[in-house]
Each structure stands twice: as C-alpha cells, then as structure tokens.
Write a protein that binds this ligand. Structure first.
Ligand SMILES: CC(C)(COP(=O)(O)OP(=O)(O)OC[C@H]1O[C@@H](n2cnc3c(N)ncnc32)[C@H](O)[C@@H]1OP(=O)(O)O)[C@@H](O)C(=O)NCCC(=O)NCCS
Length: 184
C-alpha cells in the first residue's frame, strides 16, 4: 500500500496474463476469490448472492461465458456472464454479472483483458447490447466500466421489507392452532 492509500501497482509482464475458458476445477478457486472480493461493504450485490450455487449455476448454464485469468498458473481473476433474449425483441443482451481480480493483481490490466475476451465472446454470439450493474459506491468498478466504454448509467432504487416478523407470527399462529386441534 502506498502512503496515499492506493495499492502498489503489481509488476506484471505483458503476456504473463492468460485468459481462458473456466473449467470445472476452477469452481472452488473462483468461489473463494469472489468471497474475498464481494464480501466487502459496498460491493454486495443486492439481488444476487455470491455463493457456491451462483458459481455452479452460471458455469453449468453458460460455461462459454465464464472465463478466468491466470498468472503463472494462479487464478487471479474471473468474468462470469450470460445472454438474455427477450420475446418480441430482435435484440440480444449480454450481461456481465460478476467480474473480479485478486487484490494483489489489481491495476495491472487483468480486468481489461478479461473484459476484452468477454466482449469478443458476446459479439460472436450475436449480442447487441452489453449490460453491467454495480453498487453506486463501488467507485473502482464504476471507473473500470466507464473506461471500457459503458455509459448512460440508470439509477435503480431498491426498497426492502422485513418479513421475519410476519413469518414468526404465522409460525405462532400455526403452533397455537395445532394445540387447539390436539385438545379436541
Ligand atoms: C473493478 C476491478 C474488476 C478492476 O480490476 P483491475 O484488474 O484492477 O482493472 P484494470 O487494471 O484492468 O483497470 C483498467 C482501468 O479501470 C480503471 N480502474 C480500475 N481499478 C480502478 C480503481 N481502483 N480506481 C479507479 N479506476 C480504476 C482505470 O481506468 C484502469 O486503467 P488505468 O490503471 O490505466 O488507470 C477490481 O477492482 C475488482 O475486482 N474489484 C472488486 C470486484 C468488483 O467491484 N467487480 C465489479 C462489479 S461485479
């Protein structure tokens, strides 16, 4: 870390970063790297959870759009995405769902390489519009996406309602009802 709080830029020689399709043996490595990256406050996705199922489902459903970055055989980054076709629309959308680079390898162009590969895969698949989403406070992520050419950010507002109270009420009600039925 430098004095102004920035991470020192890692020295990575060009050609050292290998981008390849994700393989089944990469699943645990991708999962654990994502756990380190997406657990940080401000990086949690509000409507998708980073868990084993998410990685496995994306890999099984869209393995051609799941790619990883390696440096000297170490997995240092990943990009996981999918495509979306809407009925009554000729447009096919590409969604880059998760993108991550291990902290020690950030600011060395790894995500840029992953993104260029992902972009090429999308074009080959007939995608006409790429979408990404990010928490408003994820400044590195937003800087990155803007640098890659994303524009027109649209703000979404997420509202939440805590239903645990209602669930408890339902459970109590069911339990009471059960006792009454037994007494009869
Ligand atoms: C966002 C992220 C993927 C970028 O990975 P990276 O490999 O460091 O990115 P690159 O080195 O390819 O950066 C390319 C450009 O993006 C921008 N950028 C990347 N990280 C940045 C940061 N921390 N602050 C400001 N701009 C940044 C810069 O313009 C950079 O070019 P430059 O280094 O020549 O200035 C990485 O920070 C990360 O994994 N963050 C946590 C997970 C996340 O937020 N993912 C995105 C949402 S799913």
């Amino acid at each position: 870390m430098t004095e102004n709080g920035n991470h020192d830029q890692p020295h990575i020689k060009s050609g050292q970063v290998k981008i390849r399709e994700m393989e089944i043996d990469d699943i645990p490595k991708v999962f654990h790297l994502g756990e380190e990256l997406f657990e940080a406050e401000g990086l949690k996705n509000l409507y998708r959870a980073w868990d084993e199922f998410e990685v496995v489902e994306l890999y099984l459903g869209d393995s051609e759009f799941c790619i990883v970055a390696e440096i000297d055989d170490d997995l240092v980054g990943f990009a996981l995405g999918t495509t979306i076709s809407k009925s009554r629309s000729a447009w096919k959308y590409g969604h880059l769902i998760w993108l991550g680079v291990a902290e020690g390898y950030q600011r060395a162009g790894v995500a840029e390489k992953l993104f260029h590969k992902f972009h090429a895969l999308m074009i080959d698949d007939g995608v006409r519009m790429l979408i990404v989403d990010s928490q408003a406070e994820n400044h590195p992520g937003l800087h990155f996406f803007k640098k890659m050419g994303f524009s027109n950010p649209i703000e979404h507002i997420y509202l939440s309602m805590n239903l645990t109270g209602e669930q408890q009420h339902k459970r109590l009600y069911r339990a009471k009802k059960g006792k009454l039925v037994k007494k009869k």
